[in-house]
Design a protein. Structure first.
Length: 274
C-alpha cells in the first residue's frame, strides 16, 4: 500500500451549476497547518493585547493588579471578547474576504463551496463551529486525520458544511501564464487576429472539454513559437482539427489554426485554472 504524502496537493475537477468545469488543487495537510499556525499567532497577539489592556484598565481604576471585588464585569467582558474574537475572526475573514484568512492568504489557500463557487456565510459558520469536533481530543487530531484520509482533503467541518479548501496558482504557474500571454500579445502585434470565441462558447460546448483536452491545449500554448518548425506546424494543425471537430466548429469559419487555438486557450483557461 502506498502512503500518501500529507503535504501534497491533489487535482480536483468541479462542475459548477452553470456547467463550467474548474480544475483546482485541494490544499494538503501541511499547507493548511502552516496557515492555521499563522492565524493562531495573530490571534494570540490580539488576545494578549486584550488581556493586558483589561489588566491595565483595572490597575488604573483600582491602583491594584488584583483587586478583591468590583471588577468582575471587566473580566467577564474580557472573556466574552476573547471568545467572539477567536471564533468570529475565521467566520468574518472567510465569509467576507474571499474565503481567506491572513494565514490562508499567505499560503495561497482559499475556502470554496464544494461546487467551486465562493463560500457564503452559512457554510462558513457551520465549518467553523465544527472546529470543536476537529480539535478533539487535542491539537486538531480528529480534523487532521480526516484530511489525511479524505479524497478531497476535507476535515469534518468541511464535510458537514459542503466546503473545500483549495490552493491557488503557484508563482511558477503565474509566471507560465504571463509568458503565454506575452507570446500571444507579440503575435497579435504582428497582425494575428483572434476570433471572439469567449463570447461564442456556451456552457454546453465548454462541458464537452475534459481534462485531457485542457492538457493538450495548455501544452500547445506553453510551446507556442512565433516561427514553429514544419513538424510543429503539422502537430498544430492536428490539434486544430481535434478541437474544431469536438466542439462542432466550422473549419471554414476558423480556417487558421493558430488564432483559433490561441483564442480557445484564452476562452477556457479560467474554467481550468483558479
Amino acid at each position: 500500500m502506498t502512503m500518501r504524502d500529507p503535504y501534497s496537493e491533489r487535482q480536483t475537477t468541479f462542475v459548477t451549476p452553470e456547467q463550467v468545469r474548474l480544475q483546482l488543487r485541494t490544499a494538503g495537510l501541511g499547507s493548511r497547518a502552516i496557515a492555521h499556525l499563522i492565524d493562531a499567532l495573530l490571534l494570540l497577539a490580539a488576545s494578549a493585547l486584550v488581556v493586558f489592556g483589561t489588566a491595565g484598565s483595572i490597575y488604573l481604576l483600582s491602583s491594584s493588579w488584583f483587586p478583591n471585588d468590583g471588577y468582575d464585569y471587566l473580566f467577564a467582558g474580557m472573556f466574552l471578547l476573547l471568545i467572539v474574537m477567536n471564533v468570529g475572526y475565521f467566520i468574518v475573514m472567510e465569509a467576507y474576504r474571499g474565503g481567506q484568512t491572513f494565514g490562508k492568504k499567505a499560503m495561497g489557500l482559499r475556502v470554496l463551496q464544494a461546487s467551486g463557487q465562493s463560500a457564503t456565510i452559512l457554510p462558513v459558520v457551520i465549518r467553523n463551529l465544527f472546529r470543536l469536533l476537529d480539535f478533539l481530543p487535542m491539537g486538531y487530531f480528529a480534523g487532521s486525520t480526516a484530511i489525511f484520509f479524505s479524497r478531497a482533503d476535507k476535515r469534518f467541518g468541511d464535510m458537514v458544511a459542503g466546503t473545500i479548501v483549495v490552493a491557488e496558482a503557484t508563482a511558477e504557474q503565474r509566471k507560465r501564464r504571463a509568458r503565454i500571454d506575452k507570446r500571444i500579445a507579440r503575435l497579435q502585434a504582428k497582425g494575428l487576429l483572434l476570433p471572439e470565441l469567449a463570447s461564442e462558447l456556451g456552457a454546453a460546448e465548454r462541458a464537452l472539454l475534459d481534462e485531457r483536452d485542457w492538457q493538450l491545449l495548455s501544452g500547445w500554448a506553453e510551446r507556442l513559437d512565433p516561427k514553429p518548425p514544419v513538424g510543429a506546424q503539422g502537430l498544430e494543425q492536428r490539434i486544430w482539427l481535434h478541437f474544431t471537430e469536438k466542439l462542432g466548429h466550422s473549419r471554414a469559419a476558423y480556417p487558421d489554426s493558430r488564432p483559433y487555438l490561441a483564442a480557445l486557450y484564452l476562452a477556457v483557461r479560467e474554467d481550468w485554472e483558479l
